[in-house]
Design a protein around this ligand. Sequence first.
Ligand code: PLP
Length: 244
Amino acid sequence: MTGTADVGANIASVRARVAEAARRAGRSPEEITIVAASKQVPTARIRQAMAHGLTCFGENYVQEAVAKMNELGYAIPPPDGTQPAVAAGGPPAWHLIGSLQRNKVRHVVGRFALIHSVDSLELGREVGRRASALGIVVPVLIEVNLGAEESKSGVSPEEAIPLAEQLAGVPGVSVQGLMGMPPYCPDPERSRPYFATLKSIFDGLDNQFRRFLSMGMTMDFEQAIEEGANIVRVGTGIFGPRQK
Ligand SMILES: *Cc1c(COP(=O)(O)O)cnc(C)c1O
């Protein structure tokens, strides 16, 4: 399902499908956060999504994200690593869902509500260093490369828990869960075992790290929710095809 031109109708449909998947899994739809993946989406269209009540947007490229924040504002992340309160009509919370280079960390800390893509101790340390200098704690997820794909970033499944434990000793960062993406396949049922793997790693984390499980995109968010996701990242299903 790729979204239509009508952002409002797309959002209504994604919300209904999220709620149905949650109910099938015996969970409450309120547990699940929809992050609208807005890379390459113009701000006019993001405003439409905001007008329909979406409050979380996920960006891949730091420069593009900062330009959008300058235009649309951003909910200031609380200093203690919790999520910002977002109100209808107020500035949205931005999530960094694309991979993060170390030289971009200074543009990210203090602006993004959640970084989904920490995949090394060095990167986590740099986030912590910048955060500590501002007197804040930045919430992060560890990105796991589920299909051992060379084209994708992320730690291997075996490295996720050790990295969380190492980062627990780094001031300024707070590991709050995992993010992962199965290898691309047009059949969403093929994503399910990868989601189940990520959920089992998540369940093996110490309680303090087990808050957000970010998995599922337009094609497979229902399978992800059934397997335990509480954040889904939906782009084309909300905005329609991306501009190149
Ligand atoms: C683009 C993107 C998404 C959304 O993809 P869609 O197929 O458009 O829903 C989700 N997660 C990440 C990391 C992305 O880069």
